[in-house]
Design a protein around this ligand. Structure first.
Ligand SMILES: Cc1cc2nc3c(=O)[nH]c(=O)nc-3n(C[C@H](O)[C@H](O)[C@H](O)COP(=O)(O)OP(=O)(O)OC[C@H]3O[C@@H](n4cnc5c(N)ncnc54)[C@H](O)[C@@H]3O)c2cc1C
Length: 467
C-alpha cells in the first residue's frame, strides 16, 4: 500500500495524516475549506468559536504524533492547568479541593490549536492538503473502497485513487450514504441526545490569565430539571471564553439579558460574578446539535476504508473529549500500521483499535446524558443490576473525589483520558470510594480562596453583584 486519502482536514484528519505519513508514499488530505494562514475562523469548523479544552490524554497523543506541539501551543499563549488543582469547579454536591495529580488540560482557542497542528504537520513530506476541495462520494464497490470522488475549487470533478481512505469529515459525515451508494450497508448507529445547547461569548480577562483557573459549574444529571452549567476557559491573549450549557428545556439563548440571568440562576453564581468584571468582545453565539452518535464501522466496512474522530463517534462536547479522542484515534491508526503492516485489511485493524479508544468516553457521555430529563436514545437503556451498580459506584467515587486525593486523582486520570477506566476500580480507589467520608467538601468561599485572582475579583469583601 502506498497511497492514503484522508477526507476532512479538521483535527482528526490532520492527525490521521500525521499517523499515516511515515507508512505510505503519499497521504492526501481533502478539505472543503481554504485553510486560514493563522489562528482564524473558517466555515467548515463552526464549533471553532466555542471553548475547546484538550485533556491530557489527548495532549500526550498529540505530542506522540507531532512532537513539540504542546510546547508550541504553550509558547503561543495556551495555558496548562493541573487537575483538579487548576480547577475552580463545582462537581455535583460540592467544590473541589486543590489536590494535585498528574492529570492536566490545555486551554486555548480552537483556532490556535488547529493552526499549531497545521504548522507542526508541515515537516511531513508525505502529506499534502488539497484545500477548497469537497468530497462528493467514495469510489469502489461493496467489497473494496478504492478512492474518493472530489470537486475541485474550479468546479471540475475528479476521482482520486487510494489504497486506504480514512473518513474524518466530522459530525456531519456523509460516509454511511456514500457507502450505501457502493452497495454496502451503512454502519449501525446509536444515538443519545440530551438536547444540550451552548451559548458562548469572548471576554477580555480583567488583569490577565496568569494563575487564573478553569472555572466550571457542571450540569448535574439525575435531577427532575434540565442540566444547566457554565465554564470560563482562560485562553491566549488574556481572554476568556464563557460558555453556558443547558439540556433540553433548559437551553441558553443568544440575548444579552438572558445570558446573565442564566448565569445568575445556576447552582452557584460565581461565573456570573466573574463575567460582570470582564468586558465582552463580539456577539453571543449559540450551538445546538450536540447529540452523541456512534457508528459501528468495526462490525463491518469494505476493505480500504476506516473512519476516525467525530465521523465515527461524535460526543456531547460538554465533556470536552472530542479532540482528545481524535488524537488517540490517530495514535490507534499509527499502532495498527506499525503492528499489522500494510495489508488490504488494515482498515478493519484500524477500526478495531479505534473502537477501544472510543469505549470509555462513549460510555461516560451516553450514561451521563441519559440522566437528563427529555433525553432521547435510539436504544433503550439496559437499566439492569450491573448498570445500577456502576451508577451507584460512580456516584460514590465522585463524592469521594471532593474530599479524598486518591479518589480525585483516579477520577481525573480517567476523565482526562490519560488512564483506562479500570483505574477507577483499583483497590486503593475502591477503598477511598467506599469508606465513610472523613471531611466535608469545601465551601464556595474556601474554594474561591484557593485562587487569589478569583478572590480579588469576587471574593470576600466583593459580594456578588458588586464585583
Ligand atoms: C460547541 C462545541 C464545543 C466543543 N468543545 C470541545 C472541547 O472543549 N474539547 C474537545 O476535546 N472537543 C470539543 N468539541 C468537539 C470537537 O470540536 C470535535 O470532537 C473535533 O473537532 C473533532 O474533529 P474532527 O476532525 O473529527 O471533526 P471537525 O473538526 O468537525 O472537522 C471535519 C472537517 O471535515 C471537513 N469536511 C466536512 N465535510 C467535507 C467534505 N464533504 N469534503 C471535504 N471536507 C469536508 C470540514 O470542513 C472540517 O474541516 C466541541 C464541539 C462543539 C460542537
Amino acid at each position: 500500500m502506498s497511497t492514503a486519502l484522508v477526507l476532512g482536514g479538521g483535527l482528526a484528519g490532520l492527525l490521521a495524516a500525521a499517523a499515516l505519513g511515515p507508512y505510505v508514499r503519499t497521504v492526501t488530505v481533502v478539505e472543503q475549506d481554504v485553510l486560514p494562514g493563522g489562528p482564524h475562523p473558517r466555515r467548515g469548523l463552526p464549533q471553532g468559536d466555542f471553548s475547546h479544552i484538550l485533556f491530557g490524554g489527548g495532549a500526550d497523543a498529540l505530542d506522540a504524533l507531532l512532537p513539540g506541539t504542546v510546547e508550541a501551543l504553550l509558547a503561543a499563549g495556551a495555558h496548562r492547568r493541573r487537575l483538579p488543582s487548576g480547577l475552580l469547579m463545582r462537581l455535583g454536591p460540592g467544590w473541589l479541593q486543590g489536590f494535585d495529580s498528574t492529570a492536566y488540560l490545555i486551554a486555548c482557542s480552537r483556532h490556535l490549536l488547529d493552526h499549531t497542528v497545521r504548522q507542526q504537520l508541515r515537516g511531513q513530506a508525505a502529506v499534502t492538503i488539497r484545500e477548497g476541495t469537497s468530497v462528493l462520494g467514495l469510489v469502489g464497490d461493496a467489497g473494496q473502497v478504492g478512492g474518493a470522488l472530489v470537486e475541485n475549487p474550479d468546479g471540475s470533478r475528479e476521482s482520486l485513487p487510494a489504497d486506504l481512505v480514512v473518513d474524518a469529515t466530522g459530525r456531519r459525515s456523509q460516509a454511511p450514504r456514500w457507502l450505501r451508494a457502493l452497495g454496502f450497508d451503512g454502519p449501525r448507529e446509536e444515538t443519545v441526545d440530551a438536547g444540550l445547547a451552548y451559548a458562548a461569548r469572548l471576554f477580555d480577562a480583567p488583569g490577565g490569565n496568569r494563575d487564573f483557573p478553569v472555572v466550571s459549574i457542571l450540569p448535574v444529571p439525575g435531577r427532575r430539571r434540565p442540566g444547566r452549567g457554565a465554564t470560563i476557559i482562560p485562553i491566549e491573549n488574556d481572554r476568556w471564553i464563557i460558555t453556558l450549557s443547558g439540556t433540553r428545556a433548559g437551553e441558553p439563548s443568544r440575548t444579552e439579558s438572558e445570558f446573565h440571568t442564566f448565569l445568575r440562576t445556576l447552582d452557584h453564581p460565581v461565573v456570573h460574578d466573574l463575567a460582570r468584571t470582564a468586558r465582552p468582545i463580539g456577539p453571543i453565539r449559540t450551538c445546538h446539535g450536540t447529540l452523541n452518535r456512534r457508528r459501528s464501522y468495526e462490525n463491518g466496512a469494505p476493505a480500504g476504508f476506516a473512519a476516525t474522530g467525530d465521523a465515527v463517534a461524535a460526543l456531547n462536547p460538554v465533556y470536552g473529549h472530542g479532540m482528545a479522542v481524535a488524537a488517540q484515534c490517530a495514535v490507534a491508526i499509527r499502532t495498527a500500521l506499525d503492528t499489522e503492516g500494510l495489508h488490504p485489511q488494515v482498515g478493519a485493524a484500524i477500526q478495531q483499535r479505534i473502537t477501544r479508544v472510543l469505549d470509555t468516553p462513549w460510555s461516560m457521555a451516553k450514561e451521563q446524558d441519559r440522566g437528563f430529563p427529555g433525553a432521547r436514545s435510539s436504544h433503550p437503556a439496559t437499566g439492569g443490576p450491573a448498570t445500577r451498580l456502576t451508577r451507584w459506584y460512580t456516584d460514590r467515587l465522585l463524592r469521594a473525589a471532593l474530599t479524598d486525593p486518591t479518589a480525585a486523582a483516579a477520577y481525573f486520570d480517567v476523565f482526562s483520558l490519560a488512564a483506562p477506566a479500570a483505574r477507577l476500580t483499583a483497590p486503593s480507589v475502591a477503598l477511598a470510594a467506599l469508606r465513610p467520608r472523613r471531611a466535608d467538601p469545601l465551601t464556595v468561599t474556601e474554594a474561591i480562596a484557593r485562587f487569589s485572582r478569583v478572590a480579588e475579583l469576587v471574593g470576600p469583601g466583593r459580594p456578588p453583584g458588586q464585583a
